[in-house]
Design a protein around this ligand. Structure first.
Ligand code: SF4
Length: 322
């Protein structure tokens, strides 16, 4: 089975049984380039306050900055990063309603619209998908990175393959294993994950060569920042990160109670529109793409809030001066 179709089916299945945030394709390292296929973010006590702020990802530099919730400050005095990154973060934070801005002479002063709740997320489970274990690619190295870095609370390998003892032997003991059959929507726990240690320093392998692997130590603070970055990205992004193609043969399909999945009747399966659709596809039959509102579907099915009251009030206030 294609990895994209497997991933969509798994995300829809997980979302149906989980009150939290499910997202896909997220950076999951402190200095390397590990990208995890799926992450499930459990809400923490401050979740509702976070949801009230904005539906988008809040830039890391804006959260890290000295811009507070009370008194407005000159934006340039609040950042330690490169001025270009600081400006970009400020503009984006204003645009999504996390910062409020006011002009004082030629200077722009900013403050947080409401205090950022550091405790908005709790446990984070990472899931690596490998529907076909006979074609593992660099799965083993990826899972070793996850186990030694310990950014997640737990990591799981999800596959459609029959899992043998030899397979289990090759992946780190801490990694849990699920066998997921998208056809019947059944998920069997082959091996439970062992909890990892996000609150302790971790080891991140950087370059693996035949005879040596360069590693770096990730501090507790770096890991905490990387987890917040991942959680923020997941909150803004979710897993419906595709558009529908302009093709007669695509349908808006349902899976596990979620609608808005791109099913191609010509290929007889879910398709990855950005990778598979377009005039180079032999079955392509030009047509208007179906009107599918993926944001509404996410809003309906999850704790994510598409149009938070706080953001709406602030924007209405700004419109008055537009
Ligand atoms: S472009 Fe090809 S793969 Fe995409 S929906 Fe049309 S027929 Fe299917």
């Amino acid at each position: 089975m294609r990895e994209f179709a497997f991933e969509l089916a798994l995300c829809a299945h997980l979302e149906a049984g989980f009150d939290g945030i499910v997202s896909r394709q997220l950076g999951a390292s402190t200095g390397g380039n590990r990208v995890i296929d799926v992450a499930c973010i459990k809400p923490g006590p401050g979740f509702d306050d976070r949801a009230e702020l904005t539906s988008e990802t809040i830039p890391d530099a804006a959260i890290e900055s000295r811009v507070g919730a009370g008194e407005a400050r000159y934006w340039k005095d609040c950042f330690d990063c490169h001025p270009e990154r600081a400006r970009e973060a400020t503009e984006r934070a204003i645009e999504i309603g996390f910062f409020e801005a006011e002009r004082r002479g030629s200077r722009e002063y900013v403050c947080q619209a409401a205090r950022y709740p550091d405790d908005w997320f709790g446990r984070i489970v990472g899931i690596e998908n490998k529907p076909d274990l006979s074609d593992p690619g660099n799965l083993e190295a990826q899972l070793r990175t996850d186990a030694s870095l310990g950014l997640f609370d737990e990591v799981i390998l999800a596959t459609a393959s029959h899992v043998t003892g030899a397979h289990l032997h090759r992946i780190p003991n801490e990694i849990g294993v699920w066998r997921f059959d998208p056809g019947s929507e059944t998920r069997e726990v082959v091996r439970e994950p062992t909890p990892l240690t996000p609150a302790e320093p971790g080891i991140e392998p950087l370059d693996r060569e035949a005879t040596k692997t360069d590693v770096r130590v990730a501090s507790v603070a770096e890991k905490a920042r990387a987890r917040r970055r991942l959680a923020e990205r997941a909150y803004g992004k979710g897993w419906r990160t595709y558009g529908f193609p302009s093709c007669e043969r695509v349908e808006n399909d349902e899976y596990a109670g979620a609608s808005g999945l791109p099913y191609c009747e010509w290929k007889g399966r879910f398709v990855h529109p950005a990778a598979e659709c377009g005039s180079s596809c032999a079955g392509h039959d030009p047509a208007e793409s179906p009107a599918v509102d993926l944001g509404s579907e996410r809003d309906r099915r999850t704790l994510w809030v598409r149009d938070p009251d706080g953001q709406r009030r602030r924007q209405t206030g700004l419109d008055r001066f537009g």
